[in-house]
Design a protein around this ligand. Sequence first.
Ligand code: CA
Ligand code: CA
Ligand code: CA
Ligand code: CA
Length: 195
Amino acid sequence: MRILAITVAVALLAAVPTSADLIITEIMQNPYAVADGDGEWFEIYNSGSSPVDMYDYFIFDISSDDFYVAEHVIVPAHGFVVFARNANIAENGGVAADYEWSDFILANGDDEIYINDNQSQLVDHITYDGGPNWPDPNGASMYYDWGGDNNIGSSWHEEDVYTYGLGDYGTPGYDPRGPSAVDHLTWSSIKVLYR
Ligand SMILES: [Ca+2]
Ligand SMILES: [Ca+2]
Ligand SMILES: [Ca+2]
Ligand SMILES: [Ca+2]
C-alpha cells in the first residue's frame, strides 16, 4: 500500500510542471582554447514535460558570485539551455549560448552553482571540489551521467569524446549519451527520491 501511495505521489509530481524539473547537467569551469573569462559555461536540462521560463531566476554561489536572469530564457521540455560567461560564439571558444551572465565565475578548483526560481525556491545546486571526488578537467567539461544525484561527484565525468568549436571537449546544449535513455517520468521519480 505504501509503495502504491508513493507511486501515485511520484506520478502526480511528475505530471505537474515545476521549476524543480531543472537540473545542472554539464559544466565548463576551465576552458583551454580560450581564456576562462570568455570560455566558461554551464548547461541546464528540463526534465519536465512543459517549458520553463527562467526569467528572474537567481544563480549564485556560497561566496560573492551571483546574477539574476534578466531575459526570458526558455528551457524546452526535455531540452537544454546554456549559460555562458561570454555568449559571443566568436570569442568563447565556439559555444552557442542562450544567456550571458555577469558577475559569476566558475573556479577551476572548488566552486558551487545554486539556482533559485523566481519565488526564491531552490531549484538545483551542485558543489564541485576540483578533485578528488569530482573531475578536475582542463580544456574539457564535466558532464552529469544521469545515474543519480547530480550533486555527487561520482555522477560526473570529464568529457573526453566530443569536442566543440575550437576544440575543447564538451557538448553544450545537447547530450549524446542521453537523456533519451532516461524517460522523463523515471527521471522525475529519481529526483523525488533524492530530495
Ligand atoms: Ca583555463
Ligand atoms: Ca563561483
Ligand atoms: Ca574557471
Ligand atoms: Ca551537454
